[in-house]
Write a protein that binds this ligand. Structure first.
Ligand code: 5GP
Ligand code: MG
Length: 173
């Protein structure tokens, strides 16, 4: 049987988002950035972040998937439906839920860099540095976590648990 356990309660997430928002607001002052969320896991984080930011920006989402199923990235990533926006000359901030091996994000960042954005940065809610296979710089990071399987706050296990308000982990009991 599976059970979820709270790792980062929602109050702590809110506090960290306020700090990140202060940094982002300062760094993008006078600009009109494009926030590009990676579906589906980033949707709650994106929604909270932009409301706390309360500054001029645009929001787009991209759907990525690695071939195959399971809880591990297979190493081959594809983009479903392409990128629905022209990012040439734009200040792009990628918003991601979790950086794990780094394979997914390094694919996306390489792809985006080739489209000629004015700037390209990464904001991630969670980082699992112990799992990294591809070096990746996270410009704005919420929290570092251990190598556990995360759910909640928009993040799923087989499409379950996205509705949980806290960042949790799943345990077998
Ligand atoms: P990476 O390519 O960095 O290995 O994989 C990143 C993606 O794998 C994340 O965007 C996320 O969708 C998924 N992922 C990595 N760790 C977890 C986790 O603990 N829980 C869930 N639900 N997804 C994860
Ligand atoms: Mg993801």
């Amino acid at each position: 049987m599976k059970r979820t356990r709270v790792l980062i309660p929602k109050g702590q997430i809110e506090g960290r988002i306020s700090d990140l928002a202060a940094e982002i607001r300062r760094d993008y002052r006078g600009k009109h950035p494009l926030f590009l969320g990676v579906l589906k896991g980033s949707f709650v984080f994106m929604a909270d972040l932009v409301r706390v930011l309360n500054m001029p920006l645009e929001v787009e989402f991209v759907r990525l998937s690695s071939y195959g199923s399971g809880t591990e990235t297979s190493g081959r990533v594809k983009m479903a439906g392409g990128l629905g926006v022209d990012i040439r000359g734009r200040d792009v901030l990628v918003v991601e839920d979790i950086v794990d091996t780094g394979i997914t994000l390094s694919f996306l960042l390489d792809y985006l860099r080739n489209q000629g954005p004015a700037s390209l940065k990464l904001c991630a809610l969670l980082d699992k540095p112990s799992r990294r296979k591809v070096p990746l710089r996270i410009d704005y990071l919420g929290f570092t976590v251990e190598n556990v399987f995360i759910v909640g706050y928009g993040i799923d296990w087989n499409e379950q648990y996205r509705y949980l308000a806290d960042v949790c982990c799943v345990e077998e009991v």
